[in-house]
Write a protein that binds this ligand. Sequence first.
Ligand SMILES: [Zn+2]
Ligand SMILES: [Zn+2]
Length: 391
Amino acid sequence: MQPIPRIAEFHAEMTEWRRDFHAHPEIGFEEVRTSGIVAEKLESWGIEVERGLGRTGVVGVIRGRRPGNRTIGLRADMDALPMPELNEFAHRSTIPNRMHACGHDGHTTMLLGAARYLAETRNFSGTVHLIFQPAEEGLTGAAEMLRDGLFEKYPCDQVYGIHNAYDLPLGTAAIRPGTVLAAVDYFDLTLTGRSCHAAQPHRGLDPLPCAVQIYTALQNLVSRRMDPHETVVLSIGQFQAGTSQIVIPETVLMRGTIRTLKPTTRRAMDELFHQTVQGIAAAHGVEVSLDYRRSYPPTINTVEEASAFEAAAREVVGDELIMTNLPSLTAGEDFAYYLEKAPGAFMLLGQMTPEHGNVPVHHGRYDFNDALLPIGASCFARLVEQQLGHG
Ligand SMILES: [Zn+2]
Ligand SMILES: [Zn+2]
């Protein structure tokens, strides 16, 4: 492992920043303290800063020592999750029901580390745009920054992002072209019948048998209607009805998510979902209220940029830790919105060590591994020097 020596020099400081962010988590579009600290640090290193893009987002601009027209966007997400932290170490969350359980505290710090180094050295030609975005966790902060004119004000010929991977060994850089993360869609389905005494179900209209048939039929869509070679996940995380064992409920609520890797499977699931729900509900005479929302697009790395990021990572982590065959994940990322507008690549960086363990993200005992800070920062910095090295 060969992090850039200058970046390794401020590893201890980066660890302090990261732990401070960890102790003060803020959820999507509430990242006021976090983005304030980010902006102040960037300014203290002589970097031009715009605050408040995409509500709580921050953009920094670093110009190379040599003139050049090319531009690179480097992105970090800053938001935490609305969940309690179960860790007991000194830097645990100080705010109830708020936790950095996805490592965005680490992502923010890695990009700060790269920014500090690049601002000191400016050993490139062209411009680096540092994108510190809010609200990655389900709130489409990336789309909000783009709506606010991110790429018009700060054009990016290429855009790059990193996410930690809790279950890959420390420094493993998983990077390849193509679809790396799934499209994410959500649904809220309410079925309404007519409540009545449980002893006289014929006097009302029980929505539960309808809901159960819909549940089963939706799972059958995946196993019977979709090509077995295509990745499709349909999960229902909420299924709620009733208040008593002797009352037929009026409504059933089902909420869930659908993950696909291709536009064709995404469209097919959308259509089949609507057909199935409407058809079964009609057969039962139950009323349907359905909110089906297309959220994050699939995250699709472009060929040249994936290989550029791979080359940069190779210089930092060495040949053995480069992984170019990681299967697509069924998680989603709003980094996908940038990739709809500009070529670029999203890399996963492993953080697992025997001491740190492999607690999954979004778990109350998760923590970003500080050992990854100089590695991630160096990958970003090497990428800039390699891509913008020749003016
Ligand atoms: Zn997350
Ligand atoms: Zn995340």
